[in-house]
Each structure stands twice: as structure tokens, then as C-alpha cells.
Design a protein around this ligand. Structure first.
Ligand SMILES: C[S@@+](CC[C@H](N)C(=O)[O-])C[C@H]1O[C@@H](n2cnc3c(N)ncnc32)[C@H](O)[C@@H]1O
Length: 293
């Protein structure tokens, strides 16, 4: 006989405690209508630890010796990790046809043959590997030192990114020729080839951890697509400010198609290309006492 454990209910106070706790840790913003979602997803964790109420779980997250490990589980339960290869094709066209030639010209003038790209919120790795595949298709980059840094807060998806083995759902917008060129079949799944993997490093990083972000060094381009959508206004602003600091002057910020910097930052210029609009850090900017103007 199958016994199903009854769902544990979350009262409004418990909802506020857990919502604020999650927000302070990683900026994920759950509104009042997400109570059911939090109740469902975190309810499983209460059962794992044999806890009776969400308040007990809150105290567990704050004071238990294993709280860091438990927080990893919370993040894995609450993040939305949807992604696939060659997502947002029109933007990738702009990257290859407009942005890369500009970056190439500037770097050649500076006498630097290096390119650093950050895929922030890379989920299971499809985005940084897509970027690497596009870079490998540029013969002029062969003599350059190229680095694609993929980061995410969820350990579960980072594990998948490091494995680099994917099922059909990841290929919904991949050209069969690209698939044949950059993947090998492995027990009914597809493994990213080593020439692609060698350009990509995958690390754990919370986009609200400014001191760790500073350690990444300067980036020529940042892809952060379909991530800030989950943050509130204050969270978005602080993440965008971190991106601004990481970019070299003239560096580009590529957001998802439903995301923009309206009401978030006036520090970037909006560049209109044939297929897409992209943000760029201006060559010079004025810094005030209170931050960037
Ligand atoms: C919907 S996926 C987007 C993946 C990819 N950028 C794309 O557009 O296909 C959003 C990712 O952002 C990550 N994320 C959410 N909050 C984060 C935070 N505070 N720091 C780092 N990553 C975060 C999630 O774990 C998730 O993998």
C-alpha cells in the first residue's frame, strides 16, 4: 500500500521569513502569489529532515551545522534553469556579425589577442558552449587566447554543465551541421567535443556576491540572458552595477530578449544593430561620489 505524506502548510509569517531569507541570499524575488510554489518545493525538504513546520525549517537554514549544504538544496529547488543551445538566434547573429568584428578591430589596434566572455547564469552549460562553438567558427580567433567563463548559483546545473552531455531537449534550435561538428553521440545522448570544452570553464558564483565577482577580472563581453527577470528592481540594479564594473570600456552586455536596462541603469549605451539591440559600456564615463552617473 502506498502512503503519501500529507502536505505541510506554510502560514503567512513563515512565507515572509523564508521569502526574505532567500531574497537576501540570492536576490530571487517571490511575490505573495508564489506561496504555493515555495510550499510545494520546500515542503519536500521538510520531509527529508523530518521537520513539522516551515518555521522549524527556517531555523534549520539559519542555525543547523549543515545549513550551507541545505541552502544548496534550496537554490536547486527554487531556480528556473530552462536553457538550450543557440538560444535567441538573432542576438547570436549580432554577436558574430557585428560585435566580434568590432572587438577584433579594437583589440588589433591595442595589440592584444585576448578575448574573455562571461556567461552569467549559465545554467547547464548550453549558453557558454554555444558561445565557444561560435568562436571556433571564426578562423581569425585561432591565434587568440580565448576564455568563456560560465557561472551559476545552482550546483545541480553546474554539475550538468561540467559533464557536458545533453539530451534532445537541448537541441531544439541547433542546426544539424553544428550538432555533427561539435558533438559526439554517447549512449543516445550528445557529448560536447573537447575542442569546445577547452575554451570553457564552469564555476559556482552568486551574482550578488560582489567580492567574488571582482575576482573574475575584466570581461570583453557579458551574456546574462533570462536571469535578471527573477530579481526585483533593487536586485537587478545591483547585478547590473557588478556587470558594469567587470566590463572593459567598450565592452558589451547581452541581456535576454525580454530584459532591458530601462529604469535600471543609464551608464550603458544602447547600440542598434541589424538583428538586435545590445548594451555597451561607453569608452569614457563620469563617476560620481555616489556611483556611476
Ligand atoms: C533561465 S536560466 C537561463 C540560462 C541561460 N542564461 C539562457 O538564457 O538560456 C536562469 C539561471 O540563472 C541562475 N541564477 C538565478 N539566480 C542567480 C544568482 N543569484 N546568481 C547566479 N545565478 C543565478 C539560475 O540558477 C538559472 O540557472
Amino acid at each position: 500500500m502506498l502512503f503519501l505524506s500529507p502536505d505541510i502548510k506554510m502560514n503567512p509569517d513563515e512565507f515572509r521569513l523564508l521569502r526574505d531569507f532567500v531574497y537576501q541570499h540570492c536576490g530571487l524575488n517571490f511575490t505573495e502569489d508564489s506561496k504555493y510554489l515555495l510550499e510545494k518545493r520546500l515542503g519536500k525538504r521538510l520531509q527529508t529532515h523530518n521537520l513539522k513546520t516551515f518555521k522549524d525549517y527556517y531555523y534549520f537554514l539559519r542555525y543547523n551545522p549543515n545549513k550551507d549544504q541545505e541552502l544548496t538544496e534550496v537554490i536547486d529547488q527554487l531556480t528556473t534553469n530552462e536553457t538550450y543551445f543557440f538560444r535567441e538566434d538573432f542576438q547570436l547573429k549580432t554577436f558574430v556579425e557585428d560585435i566580434l568584428p568590432e572587438v577584433r578591430k579594437r583589440k588589433e589596434i591595442e595589440g592584444k589577442k585576448t578575448l574573455r566572455i562571461w556567461s552569467a547564469g549559465c545554467s547547464s552549460g548550453e549558453e557558454p558552449y554555444t558561445i565557444a562553438m561560435l568562436l571556433l567558427s571564426q578562423p581569425w580567433l585561432q591565434s587568440w587566447k580565448v576564455e568563456v567563463v560560465g557561472t551559476d548559483i545552482s550546483q545541480r546545473v553546474l554539475h550538468m554543465a561540467r559533464e557536458g552531455v545533453y539530451g534532445e531537449a537541448s537541441f531544439r534550435s541547433t542546426d544539424p551541421q553544428q550538432k555533427a561538428r561539435f558533438f559526439t553521440e554517447h549512449e543516445g545522448k550528445w557529448r560536447v567535443k573537447d575542442e569546445v570544452r577547452s575554451l570553457v570553464s564552469i564555476s559556482h558564483l552568486n551574482l550578488f556576491d560582489s567580492s567574488r565577482i571582482a575576482l573574475l577580472g575584466k570581461m570583453d563581453l557579458i551574456f546574462c540572458r533570462n536571469v535578471i527577470i527573477y530579481f526585483d528592481q533593487a536586485g537587478k540594479k545591483s547585478v547590473i552595477e557588478n556587470f558594469f564594473q567587470r566590463l572593459v570600456p567598450d565592452g558589451f552586455l547581452l541581456l535576454g530578449h525580454s530584459e532591458s536596462l530601462i529604469n535600471l541603469s543609464t551608464s550603458f549605451q544602447l547600440r542598434h544593430f541589424q538583428h538586435d539591440m545590445v548594451y555597451q559600456k561607453p569608452l569614457t564615463f563620469i563617476q560620481s561620489g555616489r556611483g556611476l552617473l
